[in-house]
Design a protein around this ligand. Structure first.
Ligand SMILES: *[C@@H]1O[C@H](CO)[C@@H](O)[C@H](O)[C@H]1NC(C)=O
Ligand SMILES: *[C@@H]1O[C@H](CO)[C@@H](O)[C@H](O)[C@H]1NC(C)=O
Ligand SMILES: *[C@@H]1O[C@H](CO)[C@@H](O)[C@H](O)[C@H]1NC(C)=O
Ligand SMILES: *[C@@H]1O[C@H](CO)[C@@H](O)[C@H](O)[C@H]1NC(C)=O
Length: 432
């Protein structure tokens, strides 16, 4: 039994707000010594007369090779290691010229369409609907599970992963680019790992983990929206099915039961060991990637999929068995590892659906109506009076406080979350 789907979320999807040109990570074509030395990542789309004649689809007007304009605003005080991390002013540490696609064209070589568009000229609308996983037919459920498993096994056709930081990207001899192939699903895990990894400050120094670039901050929702869109797009290409969508899991409907933890969906518990996932689920065969984060942080390497920097290999540890049901076991998820569990996808599509609902409900990005403007003006005027009235006394008290920036905005809520955090041994492990 499950409650009806009261929240009609996910009925939504494209077009997306807040979505801009994807700056994908390392397109395979741009991982050559020449591309890295020149800083140019502008692959040919369909060259007719030799290499370099159709960079970014320029011959058909899809795009052009242009200088990268990265966000140059200063970092906030929490991040005091300017210039130490490859992710700053992305992707300038690697490339300073990339494809800029016109109109509805998109992709690292302008060969695809922006989300929401399809067709050779990217001029046909396509609506992709994310649905509640439990509302899918048996055939649709099987299709989704098989597609995830296929993504876990299929080498990503376009992107590879860097296994070293920019300083060492050309290898010890300066001539051997340090990249590896990765499967479509593992690329999804890797991208997440890359966004949360610590900043390496040098051998023997502790890496800086004080800022998580994709969690616990305003980027959380939009970054994960991008992250899901990337997986969805990759799976559409893999399946040759432009309308393929990731479903979502409304985890409230099952109450205290994981209603998607069945072998036809995300896997049930093993009958032999309650901490393991059932061997009848395909996911019991999945291996975990990006597991040795501490090693990467001390050695200054990057997660290179399965192989471990120190050379140890333990197949049992790397299977998903150990991570199964991690989300359902309190807050044990570890940020850098969490997407290894495919339930991550469904939790985040649901979060994204709630985000979408919020955007729609408050007309975000579409300005305000006249009654709203009047209401806002009146409320603002009243607030201003109130603020001036009590401001002086607070000012005096505020001066005595050590660090105003760290004071909670909503004290009740903050206290609640702080208590939750204290119960967790390692608070870093609570965010997925
Ligand atoms: C772009 O990067 C290349 C390679 O690092 C460098 O030689 C070149 O000067 C850079 N160009 C600009 C405009 O920064
Ligand atoms: C996308 O294509 C449609 C149909 O041709 C067009 O109306 C729209 O302006 C295009 N969008 C952009 C951003 O060029
Ligand atoms: C990576 O995959 C591509 C395409 O499947 C293949 O051509 C290439 O040889 C692979 N590279 C490595 C290092 O395995
Ligand atoms: C989480 O799992 C551990 C062992 O795997 C178990 O001891 C613990 O009770 C579980 N916690 C919850 C909240 O289920």
């Amino acid at each position: 039994m499950r409650a009806p789907n009261i929240l009609c979320l996910g009925c939504v999807f494209l077009p997306l707000l807040l979505f801009q040109q994807i700056s994908a990570q390392f397109p395979r074509e741009c991982t050559t010594v020449e591309a890295l030395r020149s800083g140019v990542c502008c692959p040919d789309l369909s060259p007719v007369s030799g290499p370099g004649t159709d960079r970014c689809g320029s011959s058909s007007g899809r795009g052009r090779c242009d200088a990268v304009t990265a966000d140059s605003r200063p970092h906030s005080p929490q991040y005091s290691h300017d210039g130490r991390d490859d992710r700053e002013v992305w992707p300038l540490r690697f490339f300073n010229r990339t494809c800029h696609c016109n109109g509805n064209f998109s992709g690292h070589n302008c060969g695809t369409c922006r989300p929401g568009w399809r067709g050779a000229a990217c001029d046909q609308r396509i609506l992709i609907v994310r649905r509640n996983l439990l509302d899918l037919s048996t055939e649709e459920k099987n299709h989704f599970v098989r597609a995830l498993d296929m993504a876990k096994r299929t080498i990503h056709p376009l992107f590879v992963i860097a296994t070293r930081r920019s300083e060492e990207i050309l290898g010890p001899d300066g001539n051997t680019p340090q990249f590896e192939n990765i499967s479509i699903y593992n690329y999804f895990v890797w991208t997440h790992y890359y966004s949360v990894k610590k900043t390496f400050l040098g051998a023997g120094q502790e890496s800086f983990g004080g800022v998580d670039f994709s969690h616990e901050g305003p980027a959380f929702l939009t970054w994960h929206r991008y992250h899901l869109l990337q997986l969805e797009r990759d799976m559409q290409e893999m399946l040759q099915e432009p309308s393929f969508s990731l479903p979502y899991w409304n985890f409230a409907t099952g109450r205290n039961v994981c209603d998607i933890c069945t072998d036809d969906l995300m896997g049930s518990r093993s009958n032999f060991d309650a901490t393991l996932i059932s061997p009848n689920s395909v996911f019991s065969q999945w291996r975990v990637v990006c597991e040795f984060v501490q090693d990467y942080d001390t050695l200054g390497t990057l997660c290179n999929s399965y192989s471990e920097p120190t050379g140890k290999y333990d197949p049992a540890v790397r299977s998903l068995h150990n991570l199964a049901h991690l989300f359902l076991n309190g807050t044990g998820g570890q940020t850098h590892l969490s997407p290894n569990d495919p339930i991550f996808v469904l939790l985040h599509t649901f979060t994204d659906a709630v985000f979408d609902e919020w955007l729609r409900r408050y007309n975000a990005g579409q300005g305000f109506s006249i009654p709203e403007i009047i209401t806002i003006a009146v409320v603002a005027a009243l607030l201003l009076v109130a603020v001036i009235f009590v401001g002086a006394s607070y000012l005096i008290r505020a001066r005595s406080k050590m660090d105003e920036a760290n004071q909670p905005l909503l004290s009740d809520q903050y206290r609640h979350y702080a208590e939750e955090y204290e119960r967790i041994q390692n608070p870093n492990q609570s965010v997925v």
